[in-house]
Design a protein around this ligand. Structure first.
Ligand code: IMP
Ligand code: MG
Length: 178
């Protein structure tokens, strides 16, 4: 399938699943080669569910663990406006070597929030691995340790990424057709 229609918009294949597989494999190799001790991978739902499942099968570091989080926002009780919290993190992550698994980093706002919340848990170290990275859109200073592929400012779907919640099941990554 070269194109798909989602919510009346047409998307075309951008990164075929064979290329995704090569990218994920090389990211896993890079992580395996760090010599990191007992890493705790933290995958950010929903978008990273397929990426996390695929990369974990290529990680061969002893005692590695994986956990899943979601960033949720609610309106604070005071006049502070929106407050963010991490949901799903049950275990004690103090002194752990954390690797965040993200599907895509765009402006970096989400990543910055996640990192500031994880830092409160007094982790030992945080590394960031993202399958896709929109270099031109990125506004933050946080260093991204493992980037699968840098892409232009296009809207993409598939392989976990959604367009208004649909398209996550697609095996390839598609971009909006001009
Ligand atoms: P950021 O906070 O601007 O870095 O955006 C991160 C979040 O926006 C990602 O985790 C995605 O959920 C969503 N996002 C950004 N760009 C895209 C895209 O091209 N397709 C689908 N979701 C995207
Ligand atoms: Mg996401």
């Amino acid at each position: 399938m070269k194109t798909v229609i989602l919510h009346n918009k047409t998307f075309e294949v951008f990164i075929p699943e064979t290329e995704i597989s090569v990218i994920v494999h090389s990211m896993a190799n890079a992580i395996n080669n760090t010599g990191m001790k007992d890493p705790l991978f933290i995958a950010v739902l929903n978008g990273s569910f397929l990426f996390a499942a695929d990369i974990m099968r290529k990680i061969n570091i002893p005692n590695c663990e994986i956990s899943f989080i979601k960033l949720s926002s609610y309106i604070g009780t005071k006049s502070t406006g929106e407050v963010n919290e991490l949901i799903g993190l049950r275990q004690d992550i103090r002194n752990r070597n954390v690797v965040i698994l993200e599907d895509i980093i765009d402006t970096g706002i989400t990543l910055e929030k996640i990192i500031s919340l994880l830092e409160k848990e007094e982790v030992a170290d945080i590394k960031v691995a993202t399958l896709l990275y929109k270099a031109e859109a990125y506004q933050k200073e946080i260093e991204i340790d493992f980037i699968g592929k840098s892409i232009a400012n296009d809207f993409v779907v598939g392989y976990g990424l959604d367009y208004n919640e649909i398209g996550r099941n697609l095996p390839h990554i598609y971009k909006l057709k001009e």
